[in-house]
Ligand binder design. Sequence first.
Ligand SMILES: [Zn+2]
Length: 188
Amino acid sequence: MVKIVTKLMTENDCYKAGRTIVPRGITIHSTAEPGIRAADWFDLWNKPASEQNGREVCVHAFLDDAGVMQYLPWDMRGWHAGGSDNNDHIGIEICEPPHMAYWTEFDIVGYDAAAQQPYFDQIWQNAVELCVFLIGQFPTISVDEIVSHREGFARGTASGHMDPEHWWQFHGRNMDDFRAAVRAALHP
Ligand SMILES: [Zn+2]
């Protein structure tokens, strides 16, 4: 089981808003900030929006190849999807590896997928195990509602982002593969 460290972002305005949710799904994101590790995000985001150029963001957890950093209670309403998925989805940010470059916001250039495959395989495993853990905590979560930010955007329940498929495509994986992996882990 993936290691989970809990360190709540009590100075973030999202935490202070203190709204709760009944999770029925999980939104999978990736950071589009290559090389910033899960633990690094605590100092970046554990402050009010007024100290983040007004950005109102907070997510339940970040994960990298070392494990999961939980930053909000799982049943607290997060600010990650930019749409109605915030009302009932737990938000997970997957950290992107270093040595990635962006041409535009979601357009990666010169990515060496073969070199990054070991990292990718580990974050994939960690993300699957985190989803299995969360479904164990919240039986209200349906595997069908484990969606990417991109899928939320496509159906109108999240803002216009392309993550994480804009990265995963270099490893030949998509959200159907991910949901299948979660199902396989739930019912081995
Ligand atoms: Zn996102």
